[in-house]
Write a protein that binds this ligand. Structure first.
Ligand SMILES: [Zn+2]
Length: 400
């Protein structure tokens, strides 16, 4: 046993050494210089209590969102799969009276692959779902939408298009007897209605190829922070695949000019596929179990690093690197990320580069299934909080 572990470590160390050499060859002799950034910074470590409070909060969101997923997967038996585009936000608990609740906003529909037809979009509903753990707070005569397993039909029968009340309360769904979620129409329908979502990768390819190149640094750092926060809210739950990527991040609206593009950037959604399962051995669980196998130990963090690099370069990573033969896909992607990371100070400053470097280091050393708390604290302190500090710095140094 001990020998096999040692063998794995030796093998890993050799791989890392090989990647480092290849990386240095690729970027030439000179090590990267972070001298072109006028920004000087030191990592700001938040107080211990604040970190603990945030970690409790992320844990709570994970519990609630997983339970919401279970409620949604079992509420409709007409469709095998559903698509939920979950709006990314801090998901702070809101207190009304003595009952704090968490609200999720999402566009829900029967699952369709990309390029949804206008008819399919007509079947999508914009919903707001919030927790309600207390039967009493629901009042009497409240409609249990889970009961007849016809969630889609019931929601559709209220017809969001013609509803007098844009925030009509439809009833509740439940995943077990304790966790209930109140379902309301969401007024995002009035703004986005049937508009088609565009993925982050699509935005980078189309919108940023023209005059908007190197634009909106503040919004891009904000998006990076939101993605890091989403990772802590959803990792290890069925909402977030370990290999999540910029195809999974969707935006609504039309980015015809800079003003509209700014608005759009502030409303990212996560594409979640909800698959109905009949027993506990679901595919999602298998993929989580597999996520720590191989060269990259924490896949969610690696995926985050790749997206942060793409946001800085405003290009999909696949368009920035060539293929190296005789290497595994993981090795190629890691090498590409490692090489591109050295160029980030020029794009979004040295603090941003340091954040991405931390993610790249961390994804090699930490397993997704162990040391969860340590990993979360690390991401909160060195990624989320640092990106927030960078946003503050950008506002203070805005010359426009
Ligand atoms: Zn359905």
């Amino acid at each position: 046993m001990k020998e096999s572990v040692e063998h794995i470590f030796q093998d890993l160390n050799m791989k890392i050494a090989r990647l480092k050499i290849l990386g240095e060859e690729l970027r030439g002799d000179a090590p990267s210089q972070i001298t072109d950034s006028k920004e000087k910074f030191q990592v700001v470590k938040p107080p211990f209590d604040q970190v603990q409070k945030k970690l409790r909060h992320y844990r709570h969101v994970r519990l609630v969102s997983e339970s919401l997923y279970r409620a949604l997967e079992s509420s409709c038996h007409d469709h095998e799969k559903h698509s939920a585009l979950v709006r990314l936000q801090p998901h702070l608990p809101i207190s009304i009276g003595t009952n704090p609740y968490i609200e999720f906003k999402l566009r829900f529909s029967e699952y369709r692959r990309q390029a949804q037809s206008p008819k399919a979009l007509g079947n999508a509903s914009w919903l707001s779902l919030h927790t309600s753990r207390n039967e009493f707070s629901l009042g009497t005569g409240f409609n249990n939408l889970s009961m007849r397993k016809k969630f889609c039909k019931l929601v559709k029968s209220h017809n969001q298009e013609t509803a007098e009340d844009p925030e009509l309360c439809l009833g509740y769904i439940e995943s077990d007897k304790i966790s209930k979620y109140v379902v309301l129409f969401d007024d995002a329908y009035l703004t986005f209605g049937r508009s088609e979502p565009r993925s982050l990768v699509n935005l980078m390819e189309d919108v940023f190829s023209g005059p908007m190149v190197d634009s909106m640094p503040y919004e891009r750092v904000g998006l990076a922070k939101q993605l890091a926060s989403a990772m802590l809210q959803f990792q290890q739950t069925p909402l977030l695949r370990p290999d999540w990527n910029s195809e999974d991040i969707l935006f609504f609206g039309k980015p015809h000019d800079r003003f509209q593009a700014r608005e759009m950037f502030q409303g990212p959604h996560l594409d979640v596929c909800i698959t109905r399962t009949n027993d506990d051995a679901s595919g999602t669980r298998d993929s989580i179990a597999d996520s720590g196998v191989g060269f990259i130990m924490h896949r969610w963090t690696f995926a985050l690093a790749v997206m942060l690099i793409e946001i800085a370069h405003q290009k999909p990573i696949t368009s920035l690197v060539s293929t190296y033969y005789l290497m595994s896909e993981d090795e190629q992607r890691w090498l590409a990320a490692d090489t591109l990371c050295n160029d980030l100070a020029r794009k979004l400053g040295s603090r941003y580069q340091a954040v991405v470097r931390k993610c790249l280091d961390k994804c090699l050393s930490e397993n997704g299934n162990s040391g969860v708390e340590k990993h979360e604290a690390f991401i909160y302190v060195y990624v989320i909080n640092e990106l927030e500090q960078l946003k503050v710095w950008m506002i203070n140094n805005d010359d426009e």
